[in-house]
Design a protein. Structure first.
Length: 64
């Protein structure tokens, strides 16, 4: 997009609960050898690391 005002930025994936950060990950670029970087894999990684994978009664909202 040639008319984009900021051509470079930092992508951060963040898991929050009522605006309080629980877990975050800074995107450092595609790393094929390490792990899958799909949206599903990133969300699963965040909720697993935060210890929420075994809990029930939660709603997951996503935003781009």
């Amino acid at each position: 997009m040639p008319n984009k005002p900021i051509k470079h930025g930092i992508k951060v994936f963040m898991l929050t609960c009522k605006d309080h950060p629980l877990q975050w990950e800074i995107y450092l670029g595609k790393d094929v050898a390490e792990r899958d970087s799909s949206a599903h894999a990133v969300v699963l990684q965040l909720i697993t690391t935060a210890g929420l994978i075994t809990q029930s009664g939660r709603i997951l909202d996503t935003d781009n």
